[in-house]
Design a protein around this ligand. Structure first.
Ligand SMILES: C[S@@+](CC[C@H](N)C(=O)[O-])C[C@H]1O[C@@H](n2cnc3c(N)ncnc32)[C@H](O)[C@@H]1O
Length: 394
């Protein structure tokens, strides 16, 4: 899609065409395109069909109400922050008293929109002309154009000193896919850190796999998950240096410390197994969760906590364990047959076996459900069988 194709989508004809495609079935694309081309120019029809597909895909991130009013580029939709995470982060900036933000690397505007929705004035900057046009259209489509100035520029040449905070979300995908080296981000992480240091408040969005050693000493590091999936890490400047935080959405349910506990002891598997949320694991806060549960690890290298009592926790999912066995397919198959388990949830940590492969091999059959954990206990490949425990209120 060129900026010209996109501009055509914003004409009254383009908007009406796109709105008519809200429920269109991409499987019928050829027939729909042929019909529409009788009444509209071919480039407009193909831009509208492409945009309709992108809107459908964006529903998971932005919800139907916004996604069907917004515009996307193929890469921009994928790179955009999901609304739940963007609005949580915008809320943190608002709570710091921030009223204006320079969003350096704004993409299609996922973060800028969330900030403006809290009444924060935003300068949204991106290098790519089509992305800029899309971000501008999104600000208008959601009635936020008064609060968002979208500018086409290289962020490394923008003076953001008049803004109370900067937010930087460097591009972490290139022509060949995901980029893992933070110095290959665009712009590089070292540039973003310097820009953050110069601001009163700053947040840099980065990949959740960032090693803890790479977190600058004066930054707070936060790992954010949404419905159990780890979405991102954020380096905060101007908040609480040295703090490590895991934030679980929805909620937010937060766990933080500036003085992490040492790794917990490992010991025998108790009646309950707790699977910590991914944000807790990435933030290296499993010891904090284990301490709250009076629990221990099942293995020094595995992030499963075990305890003999069931305690409520928002940071982990609890399972009641009925069997702890050395790993063995035959044994597992026999046990599942005996218990008539047909609904088998496979979880793994520290095992190379793929859940689908295991399910195919054991062929579960029957009316009952169970969860099997493929993992290591005290260094030995093991299987733990159990089922989700109903957490006591508290
Ligand atoms: C990860 S996306 C931003 C997504 C955005 N936060 C959102 O939620 O929609 C990164 C963006 O940075 C832009 N970018 C990369 N290098 C840039 C630079 N030097 N100056 C301005 N924009 C840049 C890319 O064009 C891309 O749109």
């Amino acid at each position: 899609m060129t900026p010209e194709d996109f501009a055509a989508l914003l004409t009254p004809e383009g908007r009406a065409l796109l709105d008519s495609l809200r429920d269109y079935d991409p499987g019928q694309e050829l027939a729909v395109a042929t019909r529409l081309r009788r009444e509209h120019p071919a480039p407009l029809v193909s831009a509208a069909l492409g945009q309709a597909r992108l809107r459908q895909r964006a529903v998971a991130k932005f919800g139907a109400e916004d996604a069907f009013r917004m515009y996307f580029t193929p890469g921009g939709g994928e790179m955009a922050t999901r609304a739940s995470v963007a609005s949580y982060r915008a809320g943190r900036l608002a709570a710091l008293g921030v009223r204006s933000v320079a969003d350096l690397c704004c993409g299609i505007g996922g973060d800028a929109l969330a900030l403006a929705r809290l009444g924060i004035r935003v300068l949204a900057v991106d290098l790519d002309p089509l992305t800029v046009a899309v971000a501008r259209a999104n600000a208008e489509a959601l009635g936020l154009a008064d609060l968002i100035e979208v500018r086409e520029a290289d962020v490394t040449e923008v003076d953001a000193s008049s803004y109370e905070a900067v937010f930087i979300d460097p591009a972490r995908r290139g022509g060949r896919g995901r980029i893992f080296d933070p110095e290959s981000y665009s712009p590089p992480l070292s540039w973003a850190v310097e820009a953050a240091r110069a601001a009163k408040h700053a947040a840099i969005k980065i990949a959740p796999g960032i090693p803890h050693e790479a977190v600058p000493a004066e930054a707070e590091a936060e790992w954010i998950s949404d419905h159990g999936d780890v979405k991102e890490a954020v380096l905060w400047f101007g908040t609480a240096p040295g703090t490590i935080r895991a934030t679980l959405l929805p909620g937010p349910r937060e766990l933080l410390t500036a003085d992490p506990l040492p790794d917990p002891e490992a010991g025998p598997v108790g009646r309950y197994l707790y699977e910590p949320d991914g944000a807790v694991i990435r933030a290296h806060l499993v010891a904090e969760v284990a301490a709250r549960l009076d629990g221990r690890l099942i293995d020094p290298t595995i992030a499963y906590v075990t305890a003999d009592e069931l305690r409520p926790t928002p940071y982990a999912t609890a399972y009641e364990i009925t069997d702890v066995l050395p790993f063995g397919l035959k044994k597992l198959k026999a046990l599942l047959r005996e218990r008539e388990v047909g609904i088998l949830t496979v979880k793994k940590r520290g095992s190379a076996i793929e859940p689908e492969e295991l399910r195919k091999k054991v062929k579960p059959q029957g009316p009952n459900a169970a969860t099997v954990f493929l993992t290591r206990v005290g260094g030995a490949p093991s299987m733990l069988i159990g089922s989700p425990a109903t957490q006591p209120a508290g």
